[in-house]
Write a protein that binds this ligand. Structure first.
Ligand code: ZN
Length: 266
């Protein structure tokens, strides 16, 4: 937690000689041109936040109005950029969106109600009265790919949420509760949502998911027993699908798509 913010914004000559890219954000949307490219920034404002630095570019984020207009660029929902962008671009924008959300939702101290100020060189909103410090908050969310082997026929558990706008099937996922390990969250969510027991829970990978502030933590596991009993308000339909008969899956770029692909391709 030692990312320098103020050095760049108060002394622009200290900005490394790199192209400055703007992650201009309005809620879950990013300003991009028709090719999905970010605008170049010619100056940094004091409210801008440093997001990332690569060999070639330095990225700052700024919150803009929904009506913000500039030549050839328009606000585009980050979800729609998921399949077009590289993982790195998605992660930068994801970070920018979450930093902006954190800033605008921590304008006052949650202990004493005093107006907060931004820490000069950390991502932190500090209360000048009681010194309570509020950092960007993450919601850890587990997601699990459960496999089953019957008569040498491997299959994977896929479920459809009643909230999905299209008939798409994904993996079981849910939030980690206070005091829980990641593994026990995985086992609890599976038991609650589809009624089965699992074993051999192993970590696969993770993805920052800014809808709104989740960190998706992916696991794989094996079916251990029980009948599929669905939690109606969470799961509309679920079944073990043979690897060669998969239904409509989540889009490329999402961790669910990557996990299913890893397991099915072996
Ligand atoms: Zn306070």
């Amino acid at each position: 937690m030692a990312t320098i913010i103020r050095d760049y914004t108060t002394d622009q000559s200290s900005i490394p000689q790199k192209k400055i890219k703007g992650l201009l954000i309005h809620h879950n949307s990013v300003l991009v041109d028709d090719n999905g490219h970010l605008p170049d920034l010619t100056e940094i404002q004091s409210s801008d936040l440093l997001v990332a630095e690569t060999e070639e570019f330095i990225y700052f984020t700024r919150e803009i109005d929904a009506e913000y207009e500039t030549n050839g660029f328009k606000l585009t929902q980050l979800r729609h950029l998921l399949t077009r962008w590289s993982t790195r671009d998605f992660e930068h924008a994801s970070r920018a969106i979450q930093l902006q959300l954190w800033q605008r939702s921590h304008l006052f101290c949650s202990c004493c109600g005093t107006k907060t100020v931004r820490h000069p060189n950390e991502y932190a909103m500090v209360c000048p009265a009681c010194e309570y410090t509020q950092y960007p908050r993450l919601q850890p969310c587990v997601i699990v790919a459960i496999t089953r082997h019957d008569n040498n026929q491997p299959s994977i558990l896929l479920a459809r949420s009643p909230r999905f706008p299209i008939p798409m099937f994904s993996l079981i996922a849910g939030f980690v509760e206070v005091g829980e390990t990641l593994e026990s969250a995985v086992a609890r969510e599976v038991k609650e949502e589809v009624g089965i027991d699992i074993k051999n829970i192993r970590y696969m990978g993770s993805q920052p998911w800014p809808f709104p502030t989740n960190l998706m933590i992916g696991f794989q596991a094996e079916y251990a027993g029980g009948e599929l009993i669905l939690q109606e308000d969470e799961i509309a339909e679920a079944a073990f699908y043979p690897f060669d008969q998969l239904p409509l899956l989540p889009p490329t770029g999402s961790i669910a798509n990557w996990m299913i692909d890893e397991i099915v391709r072996g």
